[in-house]
Design a protein around this ligand. Sequence first.
Ligand SMILES: [Zn+2]
Length: 138
Amino acid sequence: MLYLFCGILSGAVLAAICAPLFRKEETLESAIIEETEWDLLQRKKEVILGNIQDLDFEYKCGKLSAEDYQKVRAEMNAEAAVVFQQIETLESSKDLDALIRREISARKDRSTTTCPSCASKNPNTNKFCADCGAKLKR
Ligand SMILES: [Zn+2]
């Protein structure tokens, strides 16, 4: 009885995991265009985590021997670790990039004065606008 229940449930889990994969195939063309490296890694992660969940479940149901389970699980763990590492690297580089851009624009704001007359940017050291000659506020 328990075995039957597990079988039905794991079938349902498998269908739930596979359904989005089939759907993705239909829209693969548009997905390729929009997909960034980060999206790709996120999807990879989801698939691996889904596989691990499935494996755990099948093991709990007694479908796998402890030996098989540990072997496959170790492989999946290694796979997941690689993807996690890649995501982390990508995210930290993204953060750094955004941080640098933010710092640069903040510096620009600090070091320039916007002309009240023509709105062009002048260095803070200018007393008069280089474009229109209007007096700049300090
Ligand atoms: Zn001006």
